[in-house]
Design a protein around this ligand. Sequence first.
Ligand SMILES: Cc1ncc(COP(=O)(O)O)c(C=O)c1O
Length: 391
Amino acid sequence: MKLNPWITAIEEEGAFFVLDKALAMKAEGRPVINLGIGQPDFLPPEHVLAAAEKAAREGPHGYTSPVGILPLREAVAEKVGARYGVDVDPDEVVIVPGGKVTFYFACLLFGGPGAEILYPDPGFPPYREAIKSGGATPVPYPILESRDFGFDAEEVLSLITPATRLIIVNSPANPTGGVVAAAEVEKLAKGLDAHPEVAILSDEIYSQLVFDEDAFASILQFPNLRDRAILLDGWSKTFAMTGWRLGYGIWPKTLVEHVRKLITVDHSCVNGVAQMAGLAAITGPMDAIRGFREKFARRRDLVVAGLNALTGITCRRPGGAFYAFPNVQATGLASKTLAARLLEEANVALIAGDSFGDNGKDYLRLSYAASTAELEEALTRMKAFLDSNRR
Ligand SMILES: Cc1ncc(COP(=O)(O)O)c(C=O)c1O
């Protein structure tokens, strides 16, 4: 059989590989603590579950509009618009099955031979694979610990060539938890005035998980980019709904017809029950979400303090999301070896930093979306492992 090399070259996301391995080890009775996969360990809020139950009985059961039911698009437009003080038209909102679909479709739309797309390194691994499968060349830009895991706008702008079609940015970020300073986003936005043909996709899937609200700026807040900015967000991380597969993009109006076509080719629409649950989530009380954020902030402090107390490990205090990205260079073990040995010998699953790009090679990613007891136990096991392996 002859297969499409653009597709066979795609690499699987490491977090899912580790998830499968950790689940298999657990099934064998091993006491694995999984800090590998990035998903909240909470249940969705009660009113969301109730809305889903009702929708499972009453519908909608059939196909919906490819871009999503109007009440949901209206609610997203209203909530996001109010949050950032901008006008969002429901016709700019496209509901998709999860956050990933928005950047995947953007990579198909802006890709093709000869195109270049900039993406963060370290960054969410599927960006690079989506760029490759769309036929464009992935061009990494560095995210450095010395910049508190943000980007340098000048450096990103300097990588633009006549072939650049799209820049992907992500804040708060996976895998670092870094929040790009609002001033740096503004610099990038201003710099893009000199490159009117370059679009920008801002992955803001962790936008509700910012621990210092002042630090964060949404791409929608820069009027000069409104006709070429795509905002990606969704329900997965905010409402603990990763398995529901529900996300949205806010697209420039001129692009919506193309996204709509891609949807009709790919998945027709998102299932109606998930859309009704998403509507209840976004229009309902947000106290559960505030509770999630507070819990994550406490766990962050516990994990960062615990990691910094380990020999050979230093860890910055992340500004958002639910990841810590400790520097493990001084342990003397390559992060891949360290991650593999922690899983095999200490039953702690986490992800080696180089699965997020070359600049991640001295780091581990640890998701602190786990109970305090599990986090404390994982830190104890890591300490025992590192102490017994001291050279
Ligand atoms: C930065 C980033 N964007 C997008 C996604 C995908 O979200 P979803 O599960 O809704 O597709 C993730 C999930 O881990 C992520 O970390």
